[in-house]
Write a protein that binds this ligand. Structure first.
Ligand code: ADP
Ligand code: MG
Length: 290
């Protein structure tokens, strides 16, 4: 007897970016960019300065209006033309390169403010919603490792801890998708690794998709499930870290002129080994990556 054919539809990606375009005057900042992002996935967006990464981020979160293309959530809802606040309400959270917290409030109050904003409650200290948000906020602080600092003024936190606080505030919005713009900029390596480890754990626990820009290639290849590479507005590679690392077009973007010369004049240094040494911090990229 033949078994009935049971077809289960594959889940739609959390985010689908299709033929996204944005020009500034004559500059094609983003040109025909397409990618999917799965729930629970860490996707790194890298590329030299001016490649179009920030513009892509700004198109996704509504800070910029796309000329054409589409950005679809898994529900099929298009984010195009929506305001940043509406996009945030659809489950897209964003951290900023410059941390945005209220320095005079305590660490806990900062997160409570974010919880109240999410619940669309006015900020009324001493009222009942506050005690509810206090518990929620403390839980989020424990999650990011700041539980013990809850009652300190947030301006007294170290730079790395401010970034954790910002992450807790974004998590208050229960994002399905987290956009992290240079999350570890200005951090010591130890703090960078701790923050990215946390982001990866959160992505897995909450099945949250994370799109991040990062200029440190060790962090990129250490934490990304896949790596997307942009150059001059176009996506030139999108694959596993190992495959992207082995891509000659990507290698050429990151090789210094000196290394390129070395590569052509000696038979011992191949682009692959030069790129590999770059990722381990042994040499410098020819331009900043983010
Ligand atoms: P990246 O983040 O990869 O460094 P950007 O997205 O910031 O790159 O920039 C991509 C291109 O678009 C660059 O040529 C940049 O000069 C240009 N650009 C970005 N934002 C603006 C803007 N607001 N007005 C004009 N040109 C812009
Ligand atoms: Mg940028």
């Amino acid at each position: 007897m033949t078994q009935p054919l049971i077809q289960t539809a594959a889940p739609l990606p959390l985010l689908r970016v299709r033929q996204l375009c944005k020009t500034f005057g004559g500059v094609h900042a983003v040109e025909g960019v397409c990618f999917d992002l799965q729930a629970g996935e860490m996707l790194a967006l890298i590329g030299p300065n001016g490649a179009g990464k920030s513009t892509t981020f700004n198109l996704l979160n509504g800070q910029l209006k796309a000329d054409s293309g589409d950005v679809l959530m898994e529900t099929g809802t298009s984010l195009l033309g929506l305001k940043p606040r509406q996009i945030q309400r659809l489950g897209v959270g964003r951290t900023f390169q410059i941390t945005r917290t209220f320095g005079s409030l305590t660490v806990l109050e900062n997160v409570q403010t974010a919880c109240l904003a999410q619940a669309q409650q006015p900020l009324q200290w001493g009222m009942r919603p506050l005690s509810r948000t206090q518990v929620a906020a403390q839980t989020l602080l424990e999650k990011v490792g700041l539980g013990a600092f809850a009652h300190l003024p947030s301006q007294t936190l170290s730079y790395g801890d401010q970034k954790r606080l910002e992450l807790a505030m974004v998590l208050a919005g229960n994002p399905r998708l987290l956009l992290m713009d240079e999350p570890t900029a200005g951090m010591a390596l130890e703090e960078r690794l701790a923050l990215m480890t946390m982001a990866k754990e959160l992505a897995q626990e909450r099945r949250m998709g994370v799109l991040f820009t990062e200029h440190n290639l060790e962090v990129v290849f250490g934490f990304a499930d896949r790596v997307a590479v942009m150059a001059a507005g176009r996506l030139i590679a999108l694959d596993s870290p190992a495959t992207v690392q082995a891509n000659p077009q990507v290698q050429s973007l990151y090789l210094t002129p000196t290394l390129k010369t070395t590569t052509t004049t000696t038979s011992t240094t191949t682009p692959t080994t030069a790129f590999a040494s770059l990722t381990s911090g042994a040499s410098k990229p020819k331009s900043e990556l983010v």
